[in-house]
Design a protein around this ligand. Structure first.
Ligand code: FAD
Length: 562
């Protein structure tokens, strides 16, 4: 039987769910269709941060911003690859979307010291635009509701079980005194949560992307919005040149769903599609390197949109990030912050540094490709650190040795997750890096640590770098010698946390054809659409913020309130 609704939303990431809830609040009949058996996509496994200029929480933290400053900043970052109209729409509406999120039960607070990623670009701020979700109590979903949501990835959990929010993580990395009690508190709360523990191993206190998607899912359920799981989009229904609905595969057959007002595509990027990666992305490329859930985002809706006549844009770009592999985990882990801590460096096959290790993750990934193209062998690259670093800081799946010494690590990780040797030369030989080059780089790092200045790559010279430094380390919180044996290395790949090219859209998320005309009835948001940020990543939360904001704007357009 054919279904009839006002709006079909394809996908169930944060942008999709926000759009569905907003559309229902505007009185529309909505259906969400999701390919996977679980709700939430990559969004549920993310940090949940959103980049919201001039947001409502900044005054509380004594911070000021303006739409004009934010516009100037994003326009400079986007380097002509996103229209002024779209950028303006984003910086104007994001704060309204964030208020709406709070209204529907998903409150956020700003992170006062989380700097924009390009502090040297006019309009950048030293903090406040990135917002993090408040913790969410999964009791509002019930243990069964929680089981419907995609769990987060191991990289976001403590001891593989407990959630941790961004403020707690930062405090632990910075080795603040209070962080010892924070960790004890997290563990006690988890293990003493008896009634919940009997129902599920999953933590009831949701943080990051779990809090975001958990809150949105609760809002969806409150409104009785139907959600079809295991129902992948197959094609768009086209009638008289406009999109009139979708066909989805459901319970073994093709099902038509007519959408009287709009189809909103929110089915993610194409990072899990090897053929599309080879067609569009810089080489070498491997779908295994992405940190997003396996299987889900294979570009289905990008191809469906293109078949309906949509223009594609930014297809060679990813939300790049170095990633590392941990055996038995179903996806690679993104290495967002550890490389910024003092006492480590990243080298290519020549044993030479080729990048400011503390730089934003997309630039780091691009630097890996650039070094590799120069013939220096940076795919993979190696993060090298010494015993002091290992004792103090977590990296990938390794907790600091002060908490979990090498003897307590899984044996199988030696030679797969980390490599170890008593000398730098020995380590270099184990990992296939030039020993002399590695020793020389470490010596140079020792000099930089003493002077506090990295003349080669400027590590620690700006407020963004320092955010993930160690304030106890002087004179530069990002620089320390790599001198104390044993020495360690871990392998880094030029991975990503999603692709950022997709269907070209306008300021209200309407999909445009090659002539720049909107395709009637078709909207697109999130990584399904070409990013409003162009090739850049202006600040933490630059993917989820726009995904939800353009969903918010799409609904306004659909109901005629642009
Ligand atoms: P998704 O959230 O992946 O949702 C797409 C959904 O569409 C999936 O559920 C998928 O199964 C479904 N789908 C695919 N094909 C079909 C089909 N044919 N039919 C129906 N459904 C389909 N970004 C931030 O802004 N802030 C952060 O703090 C942040 N932290 C991150 C941390 C990690 C570890 C990772 C991996 C990513 C992080 N990101 C962050 C990136 C962010 O999570 C993604 O960019 C974002 O979730 C993409 O949202 P989306 O809605 O486009 O895709």
């Amino acid at each position: 039987m054919e279904q009839q609704v006002d709006v079909v939303v394809v996908g169930s990431g944060a942008g999709a769910l926000l759009t569905a809830v907003r559309a229902a609040d505007e009185g529309l009949k909505v259906l969400v269709v999701e390919k996977a058996a679980l709700v939430g996509g990559t969004s549920a496994t993310s940090g949940g941060g959103i980049w919201i200029p001039d947001n409502h929480d900044m005054p509380r933290a004594g911070l000021r911003d303006s739409v004009e400053t934010a516009f100037r900043y994003v326009k400079a970052c986007a380097r002509g690859l996103s229209s002024d109209e779209r950028i303006l729409a984003y910086v104007e509406s994001a704060r309204h979307m964030a208020r709406y999120l709070a209204d529907i039960g998903v409150p956020y607070r700003c992170v006062p010291r989380y700097a924009d990623y390009y502090p040297g670009v006019p309009g950048a701020l030293p903090g406040g635009r990135t917002m993090d979700p408040l913790d969410f109590n999964a009791r509002r979903l019930g243990a069964q509701g929680l089981q419907q949501m995609r769990p987060t990835n191991p990289g976001q959990l403590i001891f593989g079980r407990m959630h941790i929010n961004a403020f707690e993580a930062q405090s632990m990395l910075a080795r603040e005194f209070k962080s010892r009690f924070t960790l004890l508190g997290i563990m006690a709360r988890y293990f003493l949560d008896y009634p919940w523990r009997w129902q599920t191993r999953r933590d009831r206190r949701l943080t990051g992307g779990q809090a975001l998607v958990g809150g949105l899912l609760a809002a969806l359920r409150q409104r009785d919005i139907p959600l079809w799981l295991e129902s992948p989009l197959q094609s768009l229904l086209l009638e008289d040149g406009q999109v009139a609905g979708v066909t989805v595969q459901r319970e073994g057959r093709l099902q038509r769903v007519r959408a009287a007002r709009a189809v909103v595509l929110a089915a993610g990027g194409f990072e899990r599609n090897q053929a599309m990666r080879e067609q569009y992305l810089p080489k070498p490329t491997d779908q295994a390197w992405t940190a997003t859930p396996p299987g889900g985002n294979t570009g289905d809706a990008i191809r469906a949109g293109a078949t309906a006549g949509a223009a594609l844009h930014l297809m060679s770009h990813t939300w790049g990030a170095p990633t590392l592999e941990v055996p038995k985990e179903d996806r690679f882990r993104a290495v967002f912050v550890e490389r910024s801590l003092p006492g480590c460096m990243v080298v290519n096959r020549l044993g030479r540094r080729f990048v400011n290790e503390s730089c934003p993750y997309p630039e780091f990934q691009q630097a890996m490709f650039a070094s590799h193209e120069r013939g220096e062998g940076a795919v993979p690259a190696w993060i090298v650190f010494d015993a002091d670093f290992r004792a103090r800081y977590p990296i990938g799946p390794l907790m600091p040795a002060s908490a979990v010494p090498d003897a307590k690590l899984r044996r199988s990780w030696l030679g797969t997750v980390y490599w170890k040797d008593d000398t730098l030369q020995g380590l270099a030989r184990q990992i296939g890096v030039d020993p002399q080059g590695l020793v020389a780089s470490a010596q140079r790092m020792g000099e930089f640590a003493r002077s506090g200045v990295d003349p080669d790559f400027g590590r620690g010279a700006n407020v963004f770098d320092r955010y993930y430094g160690d304030a106890h380390v002087k004179p530069n919180p990002n620089l320390a010698p790599i001198a104390k044996a044993p020495f360690y290395a871990m392998k880094l790949h030029p991975g990503d946390i999603g692709t950022k090219g997709g269907l070209l859209t306008d300021h209200d998320a309407r999909v445009l054809d090659a002539g720049g005309r909107p395709i009637e009835g078709l909207y697109c948001i999130g990584n399904n659409a070409a990013s409003v940020m162009g090739p850049s990543y202006p600040g933490a939360g630059s993917t989820l913020g726009p995904a939800m904001t353009f969903g918010f704007r799409a609904v306004a357009r659909i109901v005629g309130k642009p």
